[in-house]
Design a binder for this molecule. Structure first.
Ligand SMILES: [Zn+2]
Length: 93
């Protein structure tokens, strides 16, 4: 016997056998003086398919800009040395 789980979009009714195709979303509003100890209660969640999330712009689009490389320790030391030397040159002139 085989069991199949079908996931259904609460917005459009699309179905999928893959759990990753249907995303749980919830909006939580909280007073700023309280720290959020928990997420939204499970009953607050709606499950939407990826096309519905994209339609409402709820999936961040990858940036077309290349990410800046993370500076190495040597890069930081060189930048610091250039700043110090530059500052000393300014003080002498
Ligand atoms: Zn949908």
């Amino acid at each position: 016997m085989t069991k199949t789980t079908i996931y259904t979009c609460d917005k459009c009714g699309a179905t999928s056998e893959k759990a990753d195709d249907i995303i749980g979303i919830a909006i939580v509003v909280q007073q700023s003086s309280y720290q959020m100890a928990y997420g939204a209660p499970k009953s607050f969640y709606k499950h939407w398919c990826i096309p519905c999330l994209k339609k409402f712009d709820l999936i961040p689009q990858p940036s077309k800009d290349k990410p800046k490389p993370v500076p190495t320790f040597n890069d930081l030391i060189e930048e610091l040395m250039e700043e110090i030397v530059g500052r000393q040159m300014d003080e002498r002139s």
